[in-house]
Ligand binder design. Structure first.
Ligand SMILES: Nc1ncnc2c1ncn2[C@@H]1O[C@H](COP(=O)(O)OP(=O)(O)OP(=O)(O)O)[C@@H](O)[C@H]1O
Ligand SMILES: [Mg+2]
Length: 360
């Protein structure tokens, strides 16, 4: 840890959490830039809330350090952190109106009355709730209540906002709407946000970077397109977007690529920085990198299998092909680019070696 890296908005240095013999979070180090939107993404029980709660001060770490704006905040009390918190169950004050709920954090900070009013008005407008200022929470829909919770968080312009599945209780349409709203508020105020979700689409839509978590560990941290294009682990490859996975044994490796032997053939792919050189590996090829037909030249690899199913999804069709060892692969086919095979046909499928990744 250098002095320079402590200049980031938020730095975690080997932060971990144990409950007795159980590890809820392995020692974790990462940093978040000022104004960045970082999403913790992972399945239930992977340690997302644990990590977020340690940043908030609601949970004390077992080991490690937490730096905010270059200051050691590891043991700073939660009420001295001044972070904005939004959780799945938006705990609004039921006896206060919308405007009073939103004004609350400003009253705590003893803002002059005039400024308080104008800030509350401005923030309610931003979440399109200005017409609801005098209603009580129970007179609002779930989505409206969650917008009040967002307004109450953004209104005091916290330097850091932590959100734990804030849209989990909303239906799909409202959730997508609110995703855009949060993204817009984040951009407008330039706030740093650490956001928790187990919904990969939500993470892809909202984040500057995604921290993929599994089994109390960070699997990969990077920009959404980087994780999609260059997954470092089998878990990251299958958790974000669809991956075709061919498993087998490593035959050889050079300084950048490796060859894997699978029941369907030997294939080449780029391995990742995380590669530990294990024998058991998997080849990852995204569906949109696969095409029908035999490999045109030595730059491509391919397989043949039986077309099991065709699924029409708007512009293109998804083909499900089962290989002789019963591994199923999925590819997209644009009917305009060639004849559509029939279910039961033997089909050849190819992909560029440069599009394949090998993960261990
Ligand atoms: N107070 C506690 N005592 C013991 N174990 C705990 C405690 N809090 C959390 N855990 C365990 O730590 C692990 C990580 O929990 P955490 O709440 O961080 O998961 P999560 O990724 O947020 O999951 P979800 O998506 O379900 O919210 C879980 O196995 C959980 O049971
Ligand atoms: Mg959680």
């Amino acid at each position: 840890m250098t002095a320079a890296s402590r200049q980031n908005k938020l730095v975690l240095e080997g932060l971990s959490k144990r409950y007795g013999a159980f590890t809820a979070l392995e020692p974790t180090s990462l940093s978040v830039d000022d104004g960045e939107f970082l999403t913790l993404l992972g399945p239930s029980g992977s340690g997302k809330t644990t990590l977020l709660q340690m940043i908030s001060g609601l949970t004390e770490p077992s080991e490690g350090k937490l730096w905010v704006d270059g200051e050691d905040w590891t043991f700073r009390p939660v009420n001295q952190r001044g972070m904005g918190l939004v959780f799945q169950h938006y705990a609004l004050f039921p006896h206060m109106t919308v405007a009073e709920n939103v004004a609350f954090p400003l009253q705590m900070r003893k803002l002059p009355q005039a400024e308080l009013r104008s800030r509350v008005d401005e923030t309610l407008k931003k979440v399109q709730l200005d017409a609801f200022a005098h209603r009580f929470p129970k007179e609002l829909s779930g989505g409206q209540q969650q917008r009040v919770a967002l307004a109450r968080c953004f209104v005091f312009r916290p330097r850091l906002i932590l959100m734990d599945e804030p849209l989990g209780a909303l239906d799909k349409a409202l959730r997508e709407n609110m995703q855009m709203e949060i993204r817009r508020l984040h951009k407008e105020y330039g706030t740093t946000v650490v956001y928790v979700t187990h919904d990969q689409e939500e993470a892809l839509v909202m984040s500057d970077r995604i921290c993929v978590m599994n089994h109390a560990k960070v699997e990969q941290l990077g920009a959404p397109h980087r994780i999609y294009a260059d997954p470092e682990t089998l878990f990251a490859a299958t958790f974000i977007g669809h991956s075709n996975v061919l498993t087998g044994k490593r035959l050889s490796m050079d300084d950048r690529t490796a060859v894997i032997r699978t029941p369907s053939g030997d294939f080449r792919g780029a391995y990742t920085a995380r590669d530990r050189g294990t024998e058991k590996v998997a080849l990852i090829v995204r569906p949109e990198q696969m095409r029908l037909g035999p490999p045109p030249d030595g730059e491509y690899d391919g397989v043949t299998g039986r077309l099991n199913d065709l699924v029409y999804v708007g512009a293109d069709t998804r083909l499900l092909v089962s290989l002789p060892d019963s591994t199923e692969i999925m590819l997209r086919h644009d009917p305009a680019t060639g004849a559509m095979p029939a279910i039961g046909d033997q089909v050849a499928v190819h992909w560029a070696k440069s599009a394949a990744r090998i993960v261990s």
